[in-house]
Design a protein around this ligand. Sequence first.
Ligand SMILES: Cc1cc2nc3c(=O)[nH]c(=O)nc-3n(C[C@H](O)[C@H](O)[C@H](O)COP(=O)(O)OP(=O)(O)OC[C@H]3O[C@@H](n4cnc5c(N)ncnc54)[C@H](O)[C@@H]3O)c2cc1C
Length: 320
Amino acid sequence: MAEVLVYVDHVDGAVRKPTLELLTLARRLGEPVAVALGAGAGGTAGVLAEHGAVRVLTAEASEFADYLVVPKVDALQAAFEAVSPVAVLLPSSAEAKEVAARLAVRVGSGIITDAVDVEAGDEGVVATQSVFAASYTTKSRVSRGVPVITVKPNSAPVEPAAAAGAVEALAVVFSELATGTKVVSRTPRESTGRPELTEAAIVVSGGRGVNGAENFAVIEALADSLGAAVGASRAAVDAGWYPHTNQVGQTGKSVSPQLYIASGISGAIQHRAGMQTSKTIVAINKDAEAPIFDLVDYGVVGDLFNVVPQLTGEITARKG
Ligand SMILES: Cc1cc2nc3c(=O)[nH]c(=O)nc-3n(C[C@H](O)[C@H](O)[C@H](O)COP(=O)(O)OP(=O)(O)OC[C@H]3O[C@@H](n4cnc5c(N)ncnc54)[C@H](O)[C@@H]3O)c2cc1C
């Protein structure tokens, strides 16, 4: 059966959810062969096998951490040449997109980024993208080579499907380019203790209506009462009230949680592009005419500084 390469995103062996989503999609195209690189790669095999990986190719060389992406491209290319896959799937993270682009150039393939679905078509793998701020859904396939496709988080369910997950050491010879850019220091971002935005089941976002960095405490308190991640509109981020990494939207992150609560956000099309596939959407806005209300399952017309603390208090009380 045809094999599909899946590039594994993991932290010290802990596989991140978008990779498990890729395995769901890969199984539609053929037998998933996972490629796990860096420290802890061997530790990924168990969970990858539980989600359908027939083979797990691992390489743990220190080069993966010591240099920027080129060693990873070298390794993925080695896997590509060893496996001859029908498609290569990677998560749509900034780093994996760079790896994907470099691999596609090297192997002479077309690349499709930010897909939200993939399926086997008569003439090859077809990817679905949501484009122009989610105004259009397009289907495309590469016209040259083996498709290299990056897929947005939350595009497919995580489905357990036991497979062999046979671990094989991947032989990699690093190119001269691989050691061109050395990582000289790393500063871990301070952990908020909240879930990762793109993976969270609940996201609580604030916009220009929050009116100041210090007021984001109101949004954070609601998020913490629900065990949610915190998001922000571009207006709030550009004003310096919240970090860019928390921006939701066309030029920020795409989220698709079970519950999305927008406070003081008008619902511009560029914001909607990043959250409109959320399962249940709640908005709190003092303007009854705000466009966000066209999209919501539940809307509250009111001042967020009045509504949100009451909501937080009620949730906290019910958790008892
Ligand atoms: C190329 C491009 C890319 C973009 N990408 C993004 C993106 O990725 N993400 C994104 O978010 N935007 C993006 N934008 C910007 C987008 O067009 C909007 O400007 C932005 O989303 C507006 O943010 P906002 O809703 O917080 O602010 P506003 O549109 O100013 O809305 C603020 C809302 O808060 C309400 N409000 C005010 N005070 C209160 C209160 N006390 N209680 C309750 N409600 C209150 C107001 O009624 C209003 O509806 C992009 C724009 C462009 C051109």
